[in-house]
Design a protein around this ligand. Structure first.
Ligand code: HMG
Ligand code: MG
Length: 287
């Protein structure tokens, strides 16, 4: 058995995007710089979306310009359209992500497009990324249920997964956006997706609203998934998924993986320091 698991740190993006009070670029840079010493291969630090929709991410170019880059780390950015892609390239993001949804309601609420329209917007982004030699990751939100449409059919997730693979995404991150999935839901969804795309391209992105994200990761490990997104300190949520809490906490995933005998290559002491820094940022911002 492959006993390695990669944790993809998404805290500086998914963790912070939902904070109502603006956090300075300097504080975000300090967090990324500390995380950069913890052993990650990939850290999502930016999002080139409309600042009217997600004001917290308006400093994304400053963050990418200000961080002390480690050669071994790929610093990633969300790019919903060509404008976002151009911003990410100008800011020297190492990789970009297009982000779709398996449910129509969330697609509309999050990016103001139907699923079909969103795929048409992603296509030129993926093509431009390939021409520029930039890896593209694909997100699929609401893989189990949607705050607007209710339960998501596993085959709807498989359908989007196939489309994003056809566009050349090197990995697909499967989002339990609302954080209410049960392990059985995750298993059923993975069965359908694994019939459509290769196992090796799948990553789990589980929010922890109902406290089951770690159980969902363990269920995914049994299905062969070896990459999990997590946010330091468990911060965050999506502004367009009402009531959803943060991603599963990176430090909790790293500890559980270690207990289960999986190597993440992460320094647990640095993770604790970074979690404290992230939580302090949040409380300073809200006081
Ligand atoms: P729209 O209104 O349909 O787009 O928004 P538009 O093309 O009509 O443009 C509207 C305005 O946005 C214009 O400005 C554009 O210039 C501007 P105005 O004329 O009003 O001043 N604009 C942009 N500005 C900066 N960067 C851009 C950009 N594009 C247009 N790239 C759009 C479409 C996608 C832009 C909008 O809906 C948006 O920004 N949505 C934000 C979505 C978002 O960031 N959600 C959170 C991240 S996703 C997530 O958290 C889920 C995930 O974690 C997985 C999971 O948990 O499931 C990934
Ligand atoms: Mg998320």
């Amino acid at each position: 058995m492959n006993k390695k698991v990669e944790i993809f740190e998404v805290g500086p993006r998914d963790g912070l995007q939902n904070e109502a009070q603006l956090i300075s670029a300097e504080d975000k840079i300090a967090l990324v710089d500390l995380l950069s010493t913890a052993g990650f291969s990939r850290i999502e630090v930016a999002s080139f979306v409309s600042p009217k929709w997600v004001p917290q991410m308006a400093t994304s170019a400053d963050v990418l310009a200000g961080i002390t880059r480690q050669n071994a780390i790929s610093y990633a950015a969300l790019t919903p359209n060509m404008r976002g892609f151009e911003g990410a390239i100008a800011a020297n993001a190492d990789e970009v992500a297009i982000f779709g949804s398996a449910s129509e309601g969330f697609s509309k609420a999050n990016i103001n497009a139907s699923i079909a329209e969103s795929l048409e917007r992603f296509r030129p982004v993926a093509e431009a990324a390939h021409e520029t030699g930039i890896p593209v990751r694909g997100y699929i939100s609401c893989v189990v249920n949607c705050p607007y449409d209710g339960p998501t059919a596993p085959k709807a997730v498989a359908m989007i997964a196939k489309e994003l693979m056809k566009m050349g995404c090197y990995e697909l991150s499967l989002g339990d956006t609302t954080g209410h999935a049960y392990p059985e839901d995750i298993r059923n969804m993975l069965c359908a997706v694994q019939d459509a795309v290769p196992d090796a391209v799948l990553a789990g992105h589980y929010h922890d609203t109902s406290g089951r994200a770690l159980d969902n990761i363990v269920a995914s490990l049994a299905k062969g998934v070896r990459v999990f997104d997590a946010a330091i300190g468990g911060l965050g949520g999506c502004p367009y998924a009402p009531g959803a809490s943060g991603n599963v906490a990176t430090e909790a995933v790293a500890k559980r993986m270690s207990q289960l005998g999986y190597k993440t290559g992460l320094d647990l002491v640095i993770l604790e320091q970074a979690a404290q820094m992230a939580r302090a940022m949040r409380s300073e911002a809200t006081t």
